[in-house]
Design a protein around this ligand. Structure first.
Ligand code: ZN
Length: 299
C-alpha cells in the first residue's frame, strides 16, 4: 500500500484540504469557505472519500491543523473538539470525531500553529532544531512550537498571542481590541489592531509610517519574553502582518536591545538575522502542517 496522507487546514474563514506527502508532492487540493460545521466538515470528508475512491485504497492517515481553542487532552470527553471559539456555531464541535467517523483512518489533531511549526521543523526554517517557536501575526496572534522535539501542549495549549506586555498609554492611547483582555499582545499588535489604531489597513501604510516602529516594539517585547521562558533555538514569524518584511530588521534590533546582552548566545548577539526569520514554507505552512500531523499520527 502506498503511503499517502490527507491534511485539513481548518481555518475560521476557509478550509484547505490536500492529499500528498510533503511540499514537493501534493497530489490534490481543494479549498472552500468555512460555513456551518455540519456543511464544512461534510465537504472535507467527501473530498477525501473521493480521493480514496480514485486511489482505490484508504489514505494512510489524516492530519487536522485547526483554529481554536481546541481540546488536545487525550482522554478528555471533548478531546478533538473546537471549544470556546467566538466563531458563531463552532462552539463545542467534535471536529476530530466527525472526520474519524467519516474516513475510518488514523487522524492526527493539533492547533494550526503547532501544525505550522511541525511543518517548518520537518521541511522548512526549523529543520534540525528541537526547540523553536512559530508565531503567526495576522487576524489574531497565535504561537506554537516544539520543546525538546515535542510539540508544546501542556494543560491546554499555549496561547502566546494573549501574553501581557507593557503598554504605554501616553505613547499609544489605543485601548487594544482583544475581547478578553483589551491590550494583550494580540489586542495591541494583530492586523485588526493596526487598522483600528491608524484608521487604515496595515498593507496601505508606507514602511516609514510610525505604525511599524510601534508594531516592531510590541512584537519584540513578546519575543524577548519567549526567549527568556522557552529558550528557542529559532523564532519563525508568519501571518499576514509579517508580509511587511521591513518589520524583521526592526524587531531583531529591538530584541537585542531588550535582552541587553543578558542572553550571551551567538544566535542573539551575532546571527540574529538567522534567528528571527520568516517561514520557509510561506503561506503553505498551514496545509503542510496538517500533512505533517498525518505523518506523525501514522507512526
Ligand atoms: Zn487577549
Amino acid at each position: 500500500m502506498a503511503v499517502l496522507y490527507g491534511g485539513i487546514e481548518a481555518g475560521g474563514t476557509k478550509f484547505v484540504c490536500a492529499v500528498g506527502t510533503g511540499p514537493e508532492d501534493i497530489r490534490a487540493e481543494t479549498r472552500f469557505p468555512t460555513t456551518s460545521p455540519q456543511e464544512t466538515i461534510a465537504r472535507a470528508v467527501r473530498f477525501f472519500q473521493e480521493q480514496q475512491e480514485h486511489l482505490g485504497e484508504p489514505l494512510t492517515a489524516i492530519g487536522i491543523a485547526s483554529f481554536g481553542p481546541v481540546d488536545l487532552i487525550p482522554g478528555s470527553a471533548t478531546y478533538g473538539y473546537i471549544t470556546a471559539t467566538p466563531k458563531p456555531g463552532w462552539q463545542n464541535v467534535d471536529l476530530l470525531g466527525e472526520v474519524r467517523r467519516g474516513l475510518e483512518v488514523p487522524v492526527g489533531f493539533d492547533t494550526d500553529v503547532n501544525g505550522a511549526a511541525l511543518a517548518e521543523g520537518r521541511w522548512g526554517a526549523a529543520q534540525g532544531l528541537d526547540t523553536f517557536i512559530y508565531l503567526t501575526v495576522g487576524t489574531g496572534i497565535g504561537g506554537g512550537g516544539m520543546v525538546g522535539g515535542r510539540l508544546i501542549h501542556g494543560m491546554l495549549h499555549p496561547e502566546m498571542g494573549h501574553i501581557r506586555i507593557p503598554h504605554d498609554r501616553e505613547k499609544d492611547p489605543f485601548a487594544g481590541c482583544c475581547p478578553f483582555h483589551g491590550d494583550c499582545l494580540e489586542g495591541l499588535a494583530c492586523g485588526p489592531a493596526i487598522e483600528q489604531r491608524w484608521g487604515a489597513r496595515g498593507e496601505t501604510l508606507p514602511p516609514d509610517h510610525p505604525a511599524w516602529a510601534l508594531e516592531a516594539h510590541y512584537l519584540a517585547l513578546a519575543l524577548a519574553n519567549f526567549v527568556c521562558t522557552l529558550s528557542p533555538q529559532r523564532i519563525i514569524l508568519g501571518g499576514g502582518v509579517m508580509n511587511q518584511r521591513h518589520l524583521f530588521p526592526l524587531i531583531r534590533r529591538e530584541v537585542q536591545e531588550l535582552l541587553n546582552g543578558y542572553i550571551p548566545t551567538p544566535q542573539i548577539l551575532q546571527d540574529i538575522d538567522a534567528y528571527i526569520v520568516p517561514p520557509a514554507l510561506g503561506d503553505r505552512a498551514g496545509i503542510l502542517g496538517a500533512i505533517a500531523l498525518a505523518e506523525f499520527a501514522s507512526r
